[in-house]
Write a protein that binds this ligand. Structure first.
Ligand SMILES: NC(=O)c1ccc[n+]([C@@H]2O[C@H](COP(=O)([O-])OP(=O)(O)OC[C@H]3O[C@@H](n4cnc5c(N)ncnc54)[C@H](O)[C@@H]3O)[C@@H](O)[C@H]2O)c1
Length: 352
């Protein structure tokens, strides 16, 4: 394939930075788009000079000029649209979270495998330079055995605009857990290089959004009626087959010191790390002195630091795809287990 021609389904807020990313690659262009909202479609078309806009997803999938489709709609439509795109012979990069639930995600993964098409998830946090550097150091053994990871993304007032689909369970599948929990769960497992969970405990809370509190800046609400029936705080504890553990705290809204705080703290036998800050903590073996290494040096696997460039490079020159389907399925399985555990008040076993 010489140049990858992209079609977009969903021309909302995130699609603009995605379009810029794709168009910045010398071997890819955004050439077609579709959205159920004509005004938003027009905005994307005008800003990026999209050659063809379509009234329906079916028409876009029937465009033989397209090699790949990017899906950035409310979560409910991710898998149904991905299935259609794959069946139409397109490669697909899907926004997070993968699906509304694990069986749906599995169906998409199996369809992609059966048809020999590439399907991946755009987990952009993995491509940030600092966590990539930490991942290279982990691969080189700098941290030793990682036995615990503590991840958090805590927003003080960061609920996407009230009245958008984000707060509506039927369209989103869940609140902050599925929206931003997915990022730091995925990043933690990727850094630990451990996608083998055996049990999951979770709790979710709705303490702000339903009262009209905790709204942030993301999203554009056109709704006259506000539905908010999802979590705005979630916590979880995951045990892995090798005995390692992961704890995860996420919030769209909570009383906290800072507006927005996010990191993955890794605890290893030889060193610790704060992945988003790019810091390593270790003891000098000779002097016993405690060292904090800021911006450690390491060669990184994806120097472009871009999820779309990884997908495009994979298609045109076989660069290793960072987010595998098996990994994406495991992340979905854990999210579902956290939600199930939150509802039942019991630990969920994944190994039985
Ligand atoms: N990777 C990230 O960091 C990141 C950040 C924000 C959002 N997202 C994800 O991107 C997706 C879109 O989020 P957003 O913030 O752009 O939302 P948005 O509401 O701004 O955009 C969604 C768009 O989809 C359109 N749409 C709705 N149903 C459709 C359908 N059936 N077919 C075609 N178009 C349809 C809407 O009209 C809207 O323009 C979500 O899955 C979200 O979780 C990812």
């Amino acid at each position: 394939m010489n140049t990858i021609k992209f079609g977009f389904i969903g021309a909302g807020q995130i699609s603009h930075s995605s379009a810029a990313s794709i168009n910045s690659h010398p071997r890819a262009t955004l050439v077609a788009a579709q959205d159920t909202n004509a005004a938003r479609l027009k905005e994307l078309e005008a800003k990026f000079g999209v050659a063809n806009t379509y009234a329906t997803a079916e028409e876009l999938f029937a465009d033989n000029n397209l090699d790949a489709v990017y899906i950035a709609t409310p979560n409910k439509f991710h898998v149904p649209l991905a299935l259609q795109a794959l069946e139409a012979g397109k490669h697909v990069i899907l926004e997070k979270p993968f699906a509304m639930n694990y069986p749906e995600a599995l169906q998409a993964a199996e369809t992609a495998r059966r048809l020999g098409k590439v399907l991946t998830l755009g987990m952009n946090q993995r491509f940030e330079k600092a966590p990539q550097t930490v991942r290279s150091l982990i691969e080189a053994g700098t941290l030793g055995e990682i036995y615990h990871t503590k991840a958090h993304w805590l927003r003080r007032a960061g609920i996407p605009k009230l009245g958008t689909w984000f707060g509506n369970r039927e369209l989103s599948g869940g609140g902050c857990l599925y929206d931003i929990g997915v990022h730091f769960l995925d990043l933690s497992l990727y850094l630990m290089d451990n996608f083998d969970p055996v049990s999951v405990s979770g709790a979710t809370y709705t303490k702000f959004g339903h009262l009209g509190r905790g709204e942030g800046g993301w999203g554009k609400s056109e709704a006259s009626e506000i539905v908010f029936d999802v979590d705005d705080f979630a916590t979880g504890f995951i045990r892995m087959a090798n005995g390692a553990t992961l704890s995860l705290d996420v919030s769209w809204a909570c009383h906290a010191e800072e507006d927005d705080r996010a990191d993955v703290h890794l605890y290893g036998t030889e060193a610790g790390a704060h992945a988003m800050k790019g810091r390593i903590f270790r003891q000098d073996p000779e002097t016993g002195e405690y060292l904090v290494v800021q911006n450690p040096k390491a060669e990184i696997r994806y120097p472009h630091c871009d999820r779309f460039h990884n997908f495009i490079n994979h298609l045109v020159e076989g660069e290793e795809l960072c987010v595998s389907l098996d990994q994406a399925l495991t992340v979905q399985k854990i999210l579902d287990a956290m939600a199930e555990s939150a509802a039942s008040g019991r630990e969920v076993r994944l190994d039985s």
